[in-house]
Design a protein around this ligand. Structure first.
Ligand code: NAP
Ligand code: NAG
Ligand code: NAG
Length: 293
């Protein structure tokens, strides 16, 4: 027994150390200079911050979201920050023809594309699932199917450039989080679809990287407004989050975990003690503050 422990404990330590170790591969903003990058959901939050980072790296930018007035301002700021070029297309991903419209815009202006960053989500409530199937259907359309449609439309250009697809997901797309059932479903769907597609690309020798970003709680206005009365944790900064997403995409990583320690711990627990993780999540929430709709 003592011998077993002598071997087991260091071995476990080694495994855990390896699990939490992230290789410090060299990233520099120059990797993005002159690259043609499309960002969805770029009018606010993490998407907006990604646009500013990419602008400083002197990339060409095509931004999209619904609100034209906000996009105009973000584009202006990107040009001030040094973007090689910056433009936007406004429209809603609820409209099933819109993904193709956006990709067509890239084709017409650049004749190619190097990085597709899929980041938008449409609004959903933070509450008990109320049986609204139509809402789930709509959310699948905007948060999942539009990602598939954008990818299909952009793939010929991405194959040509040996480019990258970056998919922004969440801890709620890896483990069950209460009060976000429809949202969680759309994020799990992204993992299933894009992880399967990554396998096919490798088998088929398609040199287009797919990076899935698993994010924890980030301090965007919409997230804080939605959950701060229930989740007491301090959210991580959206600026750093945005930079980490770009970095992981440029380095063609398989997955990004941000904030690293929190998300990696959650995923490790999910693998070895899922019931314990579930109870930990439940007990960290102020459930009495959840508003029923
Ligand atoms: N913040 C967090 O705590 C957190 C945690 C985990 C994962 N994430 C993920 O990070 C990504 C960005 O989140 P965020 O917090 O930055 O969100 P956000 O600030 O609410 O931004 C969402 C973006 O999507 C756009 N959008 C909304 N509905 C749309 C529609 N129907 N069609 C097209 N665009 C639409 C919004 O612009 P318009 O309103 O102008 O359309 C906005 O630009 C999401 O994928 C989210 O799931 C965030
Ligand atoms: C990172 O850069 C350093 C010095 O600039 C170099 O010595 C090292 O080999 C690089 N590492 C990788 C993985 O490219
Ligand atoms: C895939 O594309 C990347 C980026 O263009 C390149 O660095 C890498 O060498 C390519 N890999 C293969 C196997 O062609």
């Amino acid at each position: 027994m003592a011998l077993l422990l002598k071997i087991f404990i260091p071995l476990l330590g080694l495994v855990v150390a390896f699990y939490f170790y992230s290789p410090s591969e060299n990233f520099s903003g120059e990797m993005l200079r002159g690259k043609r990058v499309m960002v969805t959901g770029a009018s606010s939050g993490i998407g907006e911050q990604m646009a500013y980072h990419l602008a400083r790296m002197e990339a060409h930018l095509l931004l999209t979201a619904r609100t034209e007035a906000k996009l105009q301002k973000v584009v202006e700021r990107c040009l001030e920050l040094g973007a090689a070029s910056a433009r936007y297309v406004s429209g809603s991903m609820e409209d099933t023809s819109f993904p193709e419209v956006v990709v067509k815009e890239a084709e017409n202006t650049w004749g190619g594309l190097d990085m597709l960053i899929l980041n938008h989500i449409s609004y959903s409530h933070f509450t008990y699932f109320n049986g609204d199937v139509e809402h789930v259907r709509k959310l699948l359309e905007t948060n999942f199917l539009s990602y598939v449609a954008m990818t299909v439309a952009a793939l010929p250009m991405l194959k040509e450039s040996e480019g990258s697809i970056v998919v922004v997901s969440s801890v709620a797309g890896k483990t069950g989080i209460p009060f976000v059932a429809p949202y969680s479903a759309t994020k799990f769907a992204l993992d299933g679809f894009f992880s399967s597609l990554r396998q096919e690309f490798i088998i088929d020798k398609v040199n287009v990287s797919i990076t899935l970003c698993v994010l924890g709680y980030i301090n965007t206005e919409s997230a804080v407004q939605m959950v701060s009365h229930v989740i007491q944790d301090t959210p991580a900064p959206k600026e750093e989050c945005a930079l980490e997403i770009i970095r992981s995409g440029a380095l063609r990583q398989r997955e990004l975990y941000y904030p690293s320690w929190t998300v990696r711990s959650l995923l490790l627990l999910h693998g070895i003690a899922p019931d314990f993780l579930d109870s930990l999540i439940r007990s960290s929430y102020k459930v009495e503050n959840v508003r029923r709709t």
